[in-house]
Each structure stands twice: as structure tokens, then as C-alpha cells.
Design a protein around this ligand. Structure first.
Ligand code: WT7
Length: 630
């Protein structure tokens, strides 16, 4: 189907997609290779909830990424890999090579007894083999569960056990700026508590020579070398699982969001081509980690299914200096660049000379994702990176949605700083007021979605009840996003941030309950409460109120220990920025912590706490106000 390329197209196609979504997606889905066409486009019921797209259709997503693009793209670069160290040579992997490598991994998995439906945990650095691993699973119908390599063993244990992974693909270590991270030893720690894992295959990346457990562990290079280049794709049903990806929830336990083959393929491909207005031959760079949904959808599946050249970057924006992103753009003549507001804000702090010494003239479109972008950062990005010539697409979406939902279409939608602008075709947002009534026209409320789209999560792995309660019970008959949102007079949407107990720190979604339970693991801690507070670079920071069994003698030492505990249990991204020791927490008579009050204190607005009359002990509030850290 033709992609929208003007604002009149947008209006026409959007309207058609809403009037008859099934006809719309039916047409989009015809662009792919199916072994058997679908019998029915959509079956849904948001009350149950039940969701299925392209029912009865048979496909393999890797055939749509690899086989479909051969032979005409055999020598086109599919993947550009830029290593952490600028002195290490980048690699260019063609579509023909990518197919070979994916097939070899597919065969390796099969040789290790992995079959359709088995779960495979991938805990790897940002190297080409990570992409081979993901697609190798998809080739044979194994369900991949990628865990961000910045998570520590506690998080890995939860994620492996929740879905019962049989095999782990990992590496000896990872390079991250000037640091070396011992990934394999994190896996070893975790596996003491993961009875379902039978095999571990270890890629050599840093040369750190980890211990290898006989019978369980083997080296990637020793296993892969004699694998065949040909691997028969497993024919999957549209609704068979493609992957599980964990995201934080309002309780301590992460939610394994389930994505299925057909709808996810159709939607990530369609939104990639539409939002970025991808043109044949362009180089696309999404700076996210493959451990997050952004990396799944817009490093791997969207761009590669569109036959694009996608860039995979192993490093970080500040190493060896703050010009690293701009150097990579220049080096690989990147055309479409997609990053997070937190990265923009941190790079904005560096002298402009880091930008100016690089030729950014290849850039055509800029994108942002993961959190609201403040107007100031938007303008900096527009002026200094886009040189006023590149449309900025501020894409709003979630792990649960699989692909971009509310977003400008590059060069088509008139942008407005800090607004994600308009819904993409097929997306039907609703603003809801506090009484659960839909707000019409301009207004502010909570964001819900009234109609399904192909890449929406089908369930939470092993817990459909939690899926229903989390997303479909707040506004019966609708999907609730957890976000607050404003709509202006032109129908433009501006996401204002989470309205639940999730905070977004440097673009990473963290559950406050999860951080609290990690803090509580410290032997001196009795109870804690975590809230977000505005942070110049991270967007939100983590503010922890902590009650200890005994009044701490050396507060800073204890703070360091608590931060370390959180880092060990969840990962460094969850470390509290501020820790205030308190003797009590503001609770209602029924024992519920009044987070509203803590949020105000953390935001530095304690003069303005609102109603505190329902508190059990209003005295603690005075103490908390006096001790606030600013
Ligand atoms: C939450 C989802 C989408 C992939 C990365 C994050 C926030 C996301 C935007 C945006 C304002 C945004 C929302 C959302 N968010 N994009 N463009 N403007 N907020 O996926 O980890 O599942 O987080 O990120 O609060 O609910 P995620």
C-alpha cells in the first residue's frame, strides 16, 4: 500500500482507517510474504480482553526480512555496526550475510534442542550477534526474551524464571564507554536460581575469560562454525508468540508483554516507513538498546523488514567525548536519526563545538521517543542537529503498543514542540476525565485507546488477569495507557507523563514498587517509598524516603550502601538520586502511603501539600518537609 506523503493523504487515509480498520489493515498486510492468507483480519473484545489479528494467516517474520529481500538486496548493507571504541573498525553486514548468520544461529538453537515455542533469554551487548540471536530465534519460532544487559542478576532471575527460559545467549562481557562489564558472571550468579535453564552459549567479546560450567556452557564460536547456512523457517501462525519483553509495572514484579508474529510485523514495518518517510537507500539510526522495545521495533524488525540499512551502536553518547553521536552520523552518512530526549539534554550540556566539528548534512529526519521532550531541548535539537531543515518526529508509544501510535509523519505533519501531534492511521485515542467520561475537543485527562491496532500486546505472559486489570479495567471497553495527556484546539496531543506508579528515568521505565523492594533488601532498612522528581537531564530522578530500624549514624555511608544494593538487585539505572532518611511515612488511616505528598516534597513544593487531614499522623509531614533534599 502507498505510504502517506502529504497532509491531505493523511486526512484521507486516517479517516478511512478509522471508518473501516479491517479493510485498512487488510490492505497493508498484503505487502508481505504469507504462506497462507488470513481468514479474518481482526477478532477483539476489550472486556475479556481478547485480541487477534490476521487470524489463520501463516508466516515467518524472518522470511519477510531476509528471503523476501534476496536476491535483489543481497549486496546491500542491512546492518552497520559501530563499535564502542572508535578505533575498532565498523562492520557492514549485507542482507545475504545477515541471512547466513541468522540461519546459522537458528541451526545452533535447534541443535541445542530448542523448538518452536521454547523461550530463549538473550542477555548480550549491542553487537551484530545480538541481531543474529534475535532473528535466529524468530527463524525457528523460538520466543525471544531480550534482557537489557544493564540489568543485574536479580532482574535477570525474575525474567528468566517468569517465562521459563531453556537457553541463555550471552557474552563474556560488554564494553560500555571506558568500562568493561562482566556479563557472564551476572548470568552465572542468576543461574544459581534459574532451574529451567539447560544451556548457555557465550559469545567472546571482551576476552575476559569467564568460568565455563561443563555440560551447561559453551562458546558461541566453537558451536557456530560448522552450522549450515540454510535454516528452514518455522511456519508460524499470525498469533503465535514472537517475543516476550519485560516492562515495569505498578507492583514489584515486571510484566512480560507478549507480542505475536503477524500484527507486530505489519505494524512495525508500516509505522517505520510512514513516520520516518523512509526512502530506498537511506541509513537509519535508532540509538536505543535492543533490550528495550524501541530497539526491537526500530533497530531490528521495522527497518529490516522494510529493506533499510540500520545502524547498531555499541557505545554511549559521551565516550570518548560528547561528539560521539555526531561523529557516527558523519562517518556513516546517517539520514534518519532517532534518539531519546534524555540523550539530547545531556549532549546539550556540552560545548557546541562537539557538534560543529562534524558534518551532519546527511540528516533528513530527526526523531525522539521514550519521554516527553521539553520545548527547550526540542529547539536545540532542531537548530543544532537538524540545522532547521529536518522535521522532528516526537513519537509516543509503549512497550505494550509495539510500535509508534501518536506521532508526526516526517515532513507531512506540521510539528509543534513538545507535542506528539496526531494519531497514526488506525489509532483511536480518547481523553478520559476523572469520572471515566470521554472528553471531547480540547482538554486534559488520561489517555486511553478505543480500538485495537495490530501490534498491541496480547497478554502478560502467564497472567492474563493482570493484563486485564492493568490495562482494561480503568476504563471498561478501552485500553488505558497509564499516561496523562492534553489535547489542543487543533486535535494535537501532548503527553504529560505517567499518572501511575511508574517513573521514567533517562527514558527507562521503572516501577517505584520494584525500587522500594530493592531498597528494603538492605539490612538496615525497615520501609521505603520512592517517587520521581524533575531532573534536568534524566527527565525524572529517583527520590527515596527511607525508614531505618535505627537512626543511621553515618548517613552518607548508608546512602552509598543503599544505592549499591539497588544497583545489584535491579541495575545501575534504578539507583536513587536522593535518599532522605525519615522516621515515618505519610499514611492514610488504612495504611496507604500518600504518594501525592511525597511527590510534592520531592518536587520542592512542600509549601503546597493540599489536603492532609486524612493522614494518620500529620506530624511526620512536618519532619519530612524539614529534611527535604534539594
Ligand atoms: C512510556 C512507555 C516507546 C518506547 C520507549 C518507551 C513514555 C514514550 C513518549 C513521547 C512523552 C513518552 C510514556 C509511555 N513515552 N514516548 N514521545 N512523549 N512520553 O517504552 O518503556 O514502555 O515506556 O514512555 O509515559 O507510557 P516504555
Amino acid at each position: 500500500m502507498d505510504i502517506i506523503s502529504s497532509s491531505s493523504d493523511y486526512e484521507k487515509i486516517y479517516r478511512a482507517s478509522i471508518e473501516n480498520p479491517e479493510r485498512f489493515w487488510d490492505e497493508v498486510a498484503r505487502d508481505f510474504v504469507w504462506h497462507r492468507p488470513w481468514d479474518k483480519v481482526l477478532k477483539w473484545d476489550f472486556h475479556k480482553p481478547e485480541l487477534a489479528w490476521f487470524l489463520g494467516g501463516k508466516l515467518n517474520i524472518t522470511e519477510n526480512i531476509l528471503d523476501r529481500h534476496l536476491p535483489q538486496r543481497a549486496n546491500q548493507t542491512a546492518l552497520i555496526w559501530e563499535p564502542n571504541q572508535p578505533s575498532e573498525a565498523p562492520r557492514h553486514i549485507t542482507y545475504a550475510e545477515l541471512k547466513r548468520e541468522v540461519c546459522r544461529v537458528g541451526n545452533l538453537l535447534r541443535k541445542n534442542g530448542i523448538r518452536k515455542g521454547d523461550r530463549v533469554c538473550i542477555y548480550m551487548p549491542m553487537v551484530p550477534e545480538l541481531v543474529y540471536a534475535v532473528l535466529g530465534c524468530a527463524r525457528i519460532g523460538a520466543v525471544h526474551s531480550v534482557v537489557f544487559a544493564g540489568f543485574s542478576s536479580g532482574s535477570l532471575i525474575d525474567r528468566i524464571n517468569d517465562c521459563g527460559c531453556r537457553l541463555v545467549l550471552t557474552a563474556d562481557g560488554a564494553f560500555r564507554g571506558d568500562k568493561k562489564i562482566e556479563l557472564k558472571s551476572v548470568v552465572d550468579d542468576a543461574l544459581m536460581n534459574c532451574p529451567t535453564v539447560e544451556k548457555v552459549i557465550v559469545l567472546e567479546r571482551t576476552g575476559s575469560k569467564p568460568a565455563m560450567k561443563a555440560g551447561r556452557d559453551s562458546w558461541w564460536h566453537e558451536e557456530i562454525w560448522d552450522m549450515d547456512d540454510h535454516c528452514e523457517p518455522e511456519i508460524m501462525d499470525s498469533e503465535d508468540l514472537l517475543f516476550i519483553l519485560y516492562t515495569s509495572g505498578s507492583t514489584g514484579k515486571p510484566k512480560g508483554m507478549v507480542h505475536t508474529c503477524g500484527g507486530y510485523m505489519v505494524y512495525t514495518n508500516y509505522t517505520f516507513r510512514t513516520v520516518f518517510q523512509y526512502q530506498e537507500g537511506q541509513v537509519f539510526w535508532c540509538t536505543a538498546d535492543v533490550g528495550w522495545i524501541t530497539g526491537h521495533s526500530y533497530i531490528i524488525y521495522g527497518p529490516l523488514s522494510a529493506g533499510a540499512t540500520t545502524l547498531l551502536f555499541e557505545g554511549i553518547p559521551s565516550y570518548p567525548d560528547f561528539g560521539r553521536f555526531w561523529q557516527v552520523i558523519e562517518r556513516h552518512r546517517v539520514n534518519l536519526f532517532y534518539t531519546a530526549p534524555t540523550a539530547i539534554r545531556s549532549l546539550e550540556q556540552a560545548p557546541l563545538s562537539f557538534v560543529e566539528r562534524h558534518d551532519l548534512s546527511s540528516l533528513k529526519v530527526l526523531g525522539t521517543v521514550g519521554e516527553p521532550i521539553n520545548e527547550e531541548a526540542w529547539h536545540w535539537y532542531d537548530k543544532n542537529i537538524g540545522k532547521g531543515n529536518c522535521p522532528i518526529v516526537d513519537t509516543w508509544w509503549q512497550t505494550e503498543t509495539g510500535g509508534a501510535m501518536i506521532s508526526p509523519i516526517a515532513g507531512v505533519t506540521v510539528t509543534k514542540p513538545s507535542y506528539a501531534t496526531l494519531p497514526l492511521p488506525g489509532v483511536q485515542p480518547a481523553l478520559m476525565d476523572d469520572h471515566g467520561k470521554e472528553i471531547k475537543g480540547a482538554g486534559e485527562g488520561r489517555l486511553a485507546l478505543k480500538f485495537p491496532w495490530p501490534s498491541m500486546s496480547r497478554t502478560i505472559y502467564g497472567n492474563h488477569k493482570r493484563f486485564r486489570e492493568t490495562y482494561f479495567s480503568t476504563f471498561p471497553g478501552m485500553y488505558f495507557t497509564g499516561d496523562g495527556c492534553r489535547r489542543d484546539g487543533e486535535g494535537y496531543y501532548r503527553i504529560t507523563g505517567r499518572v501511575d506508579d511508574i517513573i521514567i528515568v533517562s527514558g527507562h521505565n521503572l516501577g517505584t514498587a520494584e525500587i522500594e523492594s530493592a531498597i528494603d533488601e538492605h539490612s538496615s532498612v525497615c520501609e521505603s517509598a520512592v517517587v520521581g522528581f524533575p531532573h534536568d537531564i534524566k527527565g525524572q530522578g529517583v527520590y527515596a524516603f527511607v525508614i531505618c530500624y535505627n537512626k543511621p549514624e553515618e548517613e552518607d555511608k548508608l546512602r552509598a550502601e543503599i544505592r549499591d544494593t539497588v544497583s545489584k538487585i535491579i541495575g545501575p539505572i534504578a539507583k536513587p538520586d536522593k535518599i532522605q532518611f525519615v522516621s515515618g511515612l505519610p499514611k492514610t488511616r488504612s495504611g496507604k502511603i500518600m504518594r501525592r505528598i511525597l511527590r510534592k516534597v520531592a518536587e520542592g513544593e512542600s509549601a503546597n501539600l493540599g489536603d492532609v487531614t486524612t493522614l494518620l499522623d500529620p506530624g511526620v509531614v512536618e519532619e519530612i518537609k524539614r529534611g527535604a533534599l534539594h
